[in-house]
Design a binder for this molecule. Structure first.
Ligand code: KG4
Ligand code: ZN
Length: 422
């Protein structure tokens, strides 16, 4: 079965063609996947501008579609199913993808399914490095940490695909926090990859022993450089806005903010959440050169790198502590990580170690499938199709081009289906 998929929920115009081999267990082969990123365009504005994103999708969708078909060496008429991200996302951006998919479904008279963007991210973790997917019943129950620019959710899937959101962010998404902290430090957009690189450099230059750091007893009463919001709360929700503010105050106190970031930021009120002016600098790592050997600007850059590292440690700490704690209430066979922030090397390796210590299977997408792409939407589209098929709802009006709607706040609903017992 050939599946064509379209993803335009944010700032990536993506099209993929995959082949589903419906033997058991079902496997998927990616024939072609093209992603056209608008990152450079939005970088100028420090974030995604919905109407600009829609304009770019309009410009890009046909060239991206053409390239994908050419790469896959197929004809559009050979496609068996069309899948498109129906939500959640930016509505002007989603509309471009949904309307393009509807036009194709109408013209070629193919079944069309709307896919939940996060269902795609969850399935991205089932890809190997050659972009072949295999989903086995024995991989479930599955606990997924989805962390991106728009989402931070812990999702428990006891059986395919009975999704249950067991925790989510109460304010900023993890990726959004990375982006905002990068903005405070004047590092550019998107902030996640920049902070991550800077933190890696800091780890290397200061010979930080991560194994030692991670094997220290996790005494949550010991004050950390930056706060770990909600880490001790018994629920599985997250909050990153207080952490971002703590970083902001710390940077303001230590002259580390970019001018742009401070212009519209609130008055400094309290420093109670942070460790205090300059207290953390140079303390932890004796190898840091003294002030006489380096210029003030070099010191400032080192301090910025330390903020990047300490902020990343705080985010990763909260995400992993809550994920591992959730396993007690939601025993799982597999833990997976997905979404744009899953590209973060520290988060990937620390979570992998923590999961393996529990003797569980760990799944994470290859780096190129952590961000938004259409391959994951095609795989999720296949299971959406199967759900309708098993419930005899494939031909009801909701599933064809006439009534499929883009929905900015589409909810992830449980869709139990039978997959073979492998
Ligand atoms: O999944 P994605 O491409 O788009 C959304 O659905 O939001 O995620 C984008 C987010 C951005 O906030 C970006 O800064 C973050 O993922 N990100 C990272 C890294 N790479 C991308 N965050 C932390 N570390 C990274 N290496
Ligand atoms: Zn995404």
């Amino acid at each position: 079965m050939l599946i064509l998929s379209i993803e335009t929920s944010c700032d990536e115009t993506a099209v993929a063609i995959i082949e589903a081999n419906e033997k058991t267990p079902t496997s998927f082969k990616t024939l072609a996947s093209v992603v056209s990123s608008q990152v450079e365009l939005h970088a100028e504005w420090g974030g995604v501008v919905p109407n600009l994103a829609a304009r770019e999708h309009l410009k890009n969708i046909l060239p991206v579609l053409e390239r994908t078909i050419k790469k896959a060496k197929i004809k559009l008429a050979d496609i068996d199913l069309i899948a498109v991200t129906a939500g959640p996302g930016l509505i002007p951006a989603l509309l471009l993808g949904v309307n393009s998919a509807k036009a194709l479904a109408y013209f070629y008279q193919k079944p069309l399914v709307g896919v939940h963007h996060v269902a795609g991210h969850i399935l991205s973790a089932f890809s190997d490095n050659e972009f072949n997917f295999r989903v086995k019943k024995s991989d479930f129950p599955l606990l997924t940490l989805t962390v991106s620019g728009g989402h931070t959710q812990l999702i428990y899937t006891d059986q395919p695909f009975n999704y249950k959101i067991i925790g989510e962010t109460q304010d900023d998404a993890a990726g959004e926090a990375f982006d905002k902290v990068a903005k405070i430090l004047g590092l550019g957009y998107p902030g996640g990859p920049i902070i991550s690189k800077l933190a890696d450099k800091y780890i290397k230059e200061n010979n930080i022993d991560l194994v030692e750091l991670d094997t220290q007893p996790n005494d949550t009463s010991v004050k950390k450089f930056f706060p770990r919001p909600m880490i001790n709360k018994p629920n599985f929700d997250f909050s990153f806005s207080g952490l971002k503010t703590a970083v902001l105050y710390y940077c303001q106190q230590n002259n580390l903010t970019s001018n742009k970031a401070t212009q519209s930021l609130p008055e400094r009120t309290s420093l109670s959440e942070v460790q205090g002016k300059n207290e953390g600098f140079y303390k932890a790592h004796k190898s840091t050169p003294s002030k006489t050997e380096v210029s003030d600007e070099e010191i400032r850059q080192m301090n910025i790198a330390q903020v990047a590292f300490e902020f990343q440690e705080a985010v990763v700490d909260v995400l992993i502590t809550k994920t591992i704690r959730a396993l007690k209430k939601y025993p799982s066979q597999t833990v997976s990580l997905s979404g744009g922030v899953a590209a973060n090397t520290r988060l990937r390796s620390k979570l992998e170690n923590a999961v393996k210590q529990q003797n569980l299977q760990f799944k994470v997408p290859p780096l190129s499938l952590t961000g938004d792409n259409a391959t994951m939407i095609a795989v999720a589209g296949y299971y959406q199709y199967l759900y309708h098929k098993q419930n005899n709802t494939l031909n009801i009006p909701q599933n064809n081009w006439q009534t499929l709607d883009a929905q900015a706040d589409l909810k992830l609903s449980p869709q139990k289906i039978n997959i073979e017992n492998y």
